[in-house]
Design a protein around this ligand. Structure first.
Ligand SMILES: Nc1nc2c(ncn2[C@@H]2O[C@H](COP(=O)(O)OP(=O)(O)OP(=O)(O)O)[C@@H](O)[C@H]2O)c(=O)[nH]1
Ligand SMILES: [Mg+2]
Length: 576
């Protein structure tokens, strides 16, 4: 399916042409039919002779209803521009074309209607000339009469060709469905309609509406139920989880997590303007939000929205001054712009925006950002960027930060030689990172992450401590259960802090306060006990180990605690 919107001055025959093409009457309201005047958006569809299905969003031409016109064309990739042969280019022809031009609509068909009333040739020539300076330059033009049917088949054929040339939307893109109508249907509940410009909606989908979850119970397209609809399409969604009173035109149904609401955006106007008003109205999709305008420099402008919108980088906005009715096109370049405090910051910002450095430049400025946030802004992940957990790091930044880690570790160890290395929180603050989890991605050999600290993989105790520990280990190698006593430890300079450091470093095993043995003691102790009759007494164990009660008592309890031995009721033990 393709979707096209009408455009043109009041009474020039838009709705009549839609009826001639589709056989459907787009004016839905009794008042519209009675007055012969379109007020709100109308919808009709048909299958063209070439086999292509087209849905038409019919807009009002009257100047009072331009707001409805804007909502109708906001998500539509092509326009059907209607000019009456007996009236020619008129005020709302100009206004509508200016809107389409600002939105960058580049596909369309010009139809000069009422060819039964006047010669269409001069109007065709005049309008084509006026379109030449707009995004619609060069679109084909056809003359027709909806009254006599003359030229209508030619309109259908030309339309088919225009639609064939439309770019294919991405069916896997996230969904942002701008609501153009919301109503209830007896028995079904809340229904919204809109033009799906990208992505796919399937029954059962969960979508986000102003931060709230809603479920698509079912959907229809062109009046018939469907299991799924892929862009471009007109869709009607039956929603669970929201009352019709909580919905209105301009709301957006979003793929959860794929968009972020923003009240501030930096944009670049498609054309430089001498002076912008301080307040403008922003239009995107079917939404309309007032905005304060801060010109930065040249065509770059900062917008402060009166209400947040789910904007993405690359969105085209329509900025409109309701007083003068002038419109401007603007491309969203940043949906999370930096504060501008320093003198000259606005000018520098404008230069950056104008340069349009894309995802790489934006990420370089942010340095570190949650990956989900960055993609929700509308950026692709630039080449060379690295991810650490949920974070995205600018190209080169991980290496740059990793290179600074050894110095931080060395300095920390100098100040606290008995600690194995700094906790990740110390590196987080030293490297000015938003999250200590990032440190894991910045530690390179011979450093390693252990128990929440950055340590050297080759161990490392201060020189004198290492020497004393090595001596203790040498003695334990000869006599594995002869734990040094307090006096011996003190003589070697091994106080509680030094012992703790050696234990943390894996060089000694702490069996009890002041009782340290060599690594592997558990297996050695078990093997000695295996030679005893089971169960055995503490005294038998002590003899098997060849040690004193000072060591044997805590060692036996330590083995109990580790599940090597089981203590029985009569104070004897056996191996488990
Ligand atoms: N003679 C003649 N009359 C036409 C033709 N097309 C439309 N009309 C008449 O022109 C009047 C306006 O037509 P509409 O189709 O309602 O015009 P519109 O552009 O939809 O008007 P709005 O939606 O109000 O902007 C109606 O009375 C139509 O019958 C045509 O090709 N020939
Ligand atoms: Mg109409």
């Amino acid at each position: 399916m393709q979707v096209i919107a009408t455009a043109g001055h009041v009474d020039h025959g838009k709705s009549a042409l839609v009826t001639a093409l589709t056989g459907m009457q787009p004016d839905r309201w009794e008042e519209e039919r009675r007055r012969g005047l379109t007020i709100d958006l109308g919808f009709a569809w048909t299958t063209l002779p070439g086999g292509r299905t087209v849905a038409v969003v019919d807009v009002p031409g009257h100047e009072r209803f331009v707001g409805n016109m804007l909502a109708g064309v906001g998500s539509v990739p092509a326009a059907l521009i209607v000019v009456a042969a007996d009236d020619g280019w008129s005020a709302q022809t100009a206004e509508h074309v200016a809107v389409l031009d600002a939105l960058g609509v580049a596909h369309g068909l010009l139809v000069v209607t009422k060819s039964d009333l006047a010669d269409p040739a001069p109007v065709l020539a005049d309008v084509r000339e006026r379109l030449a300076a707009t995004s619609l330059a060069g679109i084909p033009g056809v003359a027709a009469s909806s009254r006599t049917g003359d030229g209508v088949p030619a309109v259908a054929a030309a339309l088919d060709e225009v639609l064939a040339g439309l770019p294919a939307p991405d069916p896997a893109a996230p969904v942002r469905l701008w609501v153009d109508r919301a109503f209830t249907i007896r028995g079904a509940g809340t229904v919204v309609t809109g033009t799906l410009a990208a992505g796919t909606v399937t029954a059962g989908d969960r979508l986000s509406l102003g931060g709230q979850d809603v479920v698509v119970r079912g959907l229809q397209s062109l009046g018939a139920p469907v299991e799924r609809a892929g862009a471009t399409a007109r869709v009607a969604l039956n929603l669970r989880g929201v009352a019709v009173e909580d919905l209105s035109r301009g709301d957006a149904l979003l793929t959860p997590g794929a968009f972020r609401e923003t009240a501030e955006a930096d944009v670049v106007l498609t054309r430089t303007v001498d002076k912008l008003p301080a307040e403008l109205v922003v239009h995107i999709g079917s939404a309309t939000v007032a905005a304060r305008v801060r010109p930065l420099d040249g065509a770059a402008v900062r917008l402060r929205l009166a209400a947040p919108l789910p904007l993405r980088v690359g969105d085209r906005l329509l900025l409109r001054d309701p007083g003068s009715r002038t419109v401007h096109g603007a491309d969203v370049r940043d949906v999370d712009p930096p504060e501008l405090r320093r003198r000259g910051a606005a000018r520098a910002r404008a230069a950056d925006l104008a340069a349009g450095g894309g995802a790489a430049a934006d990420l370089a400025r942010r340095r570190v950002v949650p990956l989900a946030d960055f993609t929700a802004m509308g950026w692709p992940v630039p080449a060379g960027a690295t991810t650490v957990g949920r974070w995205l790091l600018a190209p080169g930044l991980a290496d740059e930060l990793a290179a600074r880690v050894p110095a931080v570790v060395a300095r920390y160890r100098q100040l606290r030689p008995l600690e194995p290395g700094p906790p990740t929180a110390v590196l987080r603050s030293a490297l000015d990172l938003p999250d200590a989890d990032l440190v894991a991605g910045l530690v390179r050999p011979p450093l390693a992450l252990r128990d929440g600290r950055v340590v050297s993989a080759d161990g490392g105790l201060p020189e004198p401590v290492q020497r004393a520990v090595t001596e203790v280990l040498a003695r334990l190698a000869a006599d594995p259960f002869a734990a040094p006593d307090a006096e011996q430890l003190a003589a070697a300079g091994l106080g509680p802090r030094e012992l703790a450091a050696a234990v943390r470093d894996g060089q000694l095993v702490r069996v009890a306060e002041g009782v340290v043995l060599a690594p592997g003691v558990e297996e050695r102790a078990r093997r000695a006990l295996a030679g005893l009759p089971q169960p055995f007494t503490l005294s038998q164990a002590r003899q098997a180990w060849g040690t004193s009660r000072r060591v044997a008592v805590p060692l036996a309890e330590w083995l109990d605690a580790r599940g090597v031995t089981v203590r029985l009721g009569d104070a004897t033990r056996r191996l488990r």
